[in-house]
Ligand binder design. Structure first.
Ligand code: LLP
Length: 463
């Protein structure tokens, strides 16, 4: 790898254009434990290691770009969620954040359940041995084929998202001679403080059945009448990357209110409520997420309090964290290809991936951190923008970041907190090959999802 000197870009003292950043960190070589996976550390030689393996070795063995996932951290976070909620609640990991067979096995071993939202996720879960009764099947437009597979497999619950689906699932279950356990997803009218595209419980969007106007109550009426369905509870998911618990408080209040109305009208107390996922993680040092035990305590207290005042038995609670389990456990390792200082602006650092491995910056204006990981540097900070190799100017991975001014082609840089919604939303734009997911544990690395090859691409191209 070349370590050639390079003309330094604009210094922070020279110019600070508009951006997300505040000021350069005191020490560019420091790795804030808030945003990096737990076993990440800088070795005495200055090279960053994870799970006891250094990034230069990882790059040699697996190439770049690569998602590098800290298995011990994943298991520890999964366990923390499980333990925080205890025996009277269920934790369903949201597979959409990142799913692979190894992940399914880890979840199974750590005692978590799994939320899937497509036939593909269901197939992955079943093929890795997740017991069907521990799977919840989600989605706002499940096909009849998907519903049939889920019912046949014996999934623990299907979360119903529309009036049509209530009838569809009942029909399939009856045809198969089953009684399918279901929840109804409602929208409680909460505006979660997050990006518009990832907020889901306000009324003007596609998910769930609105509580407002009595639609949710009508959905319950219909579900209770159908022989193929066993209505076990109400589901609410208010959005993603949320730090403020007040949205959950309002959601719990409204869900419990519906449970009370159901008891009053039908004489049944539904035994479960699901409050969804959406808990935020730290992408930058400025983010302050809550720990699972604090979240569990807060949610349990809210539900218990609401049920006491409604004189209802407290239902079994379930939650569906995705990002909060897997997000912090991985970083994306890139090799720097070009370093382009633009006078009076910033330095553009091009890496060997981009919006095909992390679309979140382009899609949600997401903020990320970045660090030079293959060595330390004493150079002063330069204001940088990390960009990819795709053919458009919006191909930005890290919009504003400080990197050392001696950064050069061949250096390895890493973007932390890319475990969630990066590999799972990756694309082949420009026929760029999707990176592998490399799990690192106890001094060893292995690919749990291999790098895509040109043969993989061409295999689908049958014209
Ligand atoms: N449960 C349901 C019903 C969901 O729709 C979701 C996420 C989750 C749980 C998990 O949410 P989490 O705990 O991971 O925030 N692509 C976006 C996020 C979309 C989330 C969709 N649903 C992103 O990259 O931020």
């Amino acid at each position: 790898m070349s370590r050639s000197a390079h003309p330094a870009g604009p210094r922070h003292a020279d110019v600070l254009p508009e951006g997300h950043y505040s000021a350069p960190p005191a020490d560019l070589n420091a790795l804030d434990p808030k945003v990096w996976a737990r076993t990440v550390a800088r070795g005495a030689d200055g090279v960053v290691t994870v799970g006891g393996v250094d990034v230069n070795t990882l790059a040699e063995q697996h190439g770049t770009p690569a998602y590098v996932l800290d298995e011990a951290d994943f298991r520890a976070r999964a366990r923390a969620w499980r333990e925080a909620f205890g025996q009277d609640a269920d934790v369903f990991y949201a597979g959409k954040a990142f799913l692979s067979r190894a992940v399914v096995r880890w979840l199974h071993e750590e005692g978590l359940n799994l939320d899937v939202c497509s036939g593909g996720e269901l197939a992955t879960a079943l093929s890795a041995g997740m017991p069907a009764e521990r799977i919840a099947f989600h989605g706002n437009n499940k096909s009849t084929h998907e519903i049939r597979r889920a019912v046949e497999a014996g999934v623990g619950r299907i979360v119903l998202d529309s009036f049509q689906e209530i009838v569809r699932v009942a029909h399939v279950a009856q045809e198969l001679g089953r009684r399918q356990r279901v929840q109804i997803r409602i929208t409680v009218g909460v505006e979660a403080h997050t990006h518009e595209f990832i907020a889901t419980a306000h009324e003007d969007q596609k998910f769930g059945i609105p509580l407002a106007g009595g639609q949710a109550a009508e959905a319950v009426r219909r579900a209770l009448q159908l022989d193929g369905l066993e209505l076990i509870g109400i589901h609410s998911h208010i959005g993603s990357q949320i730090f403020d618990m007040s949205g959950f408080e309002v959601a719990a209040h409204r869900v419990v209110g519906l449970l009370k109305d159901i008891r009053d009208e039908h004489g049944v107390e539904l035994p479960e409520i699901d409050l969804g996922g959406g808990l935020g993680i730290a992408y930058t040092s400025g983010d302050d997420p809550r720990e699972p035990h604090e979240i569990a305590k807060a949610l349990t207290e809210i539900v218990t309090r609401e049920c006491e005042s409604a004189r209802l038995r407290t239902p079994r609670i379930s939650v569906e964290p995705g990002r909060a389990v897997v997000g912090p456990t991985a970083f994306t390792l890139y090799e720097v290809g070009t370093v382009k200082p633009l006078d009076g602006l910033r330095t553009y650092v091009s890496v060997d991936g981009g919006m095909s491995d992390n679309i979140r910056t382009a899609l949600y204006d997401a903020e990320y951190s970045v660090a030079l990981v293959s060595r330390t540097s004493d150079a002063e900070p330069m204001l940088a923008r990390v960009v990819g190799k795709h053919c458009e100017s919006g191909d930005i991975v890290v919009k504003d970041a400080f990197l050392p001014a001696d950064l050069a082609p061949g250096d390895l840089i890493a973007v932390p907190a890319t475990g969630a919604y990066c590999r799972s939303m990756a694309s082949n734009y420009n026929h760029v090959l999707r990176p592998p997911v490399v799990a690192v544990h106890d001094g060893a690395s292995r690919e749990i999802v291999r790098r895509e090859t040109e043969e993989d691409l061409l295999r689908l191209d049958v014209g």
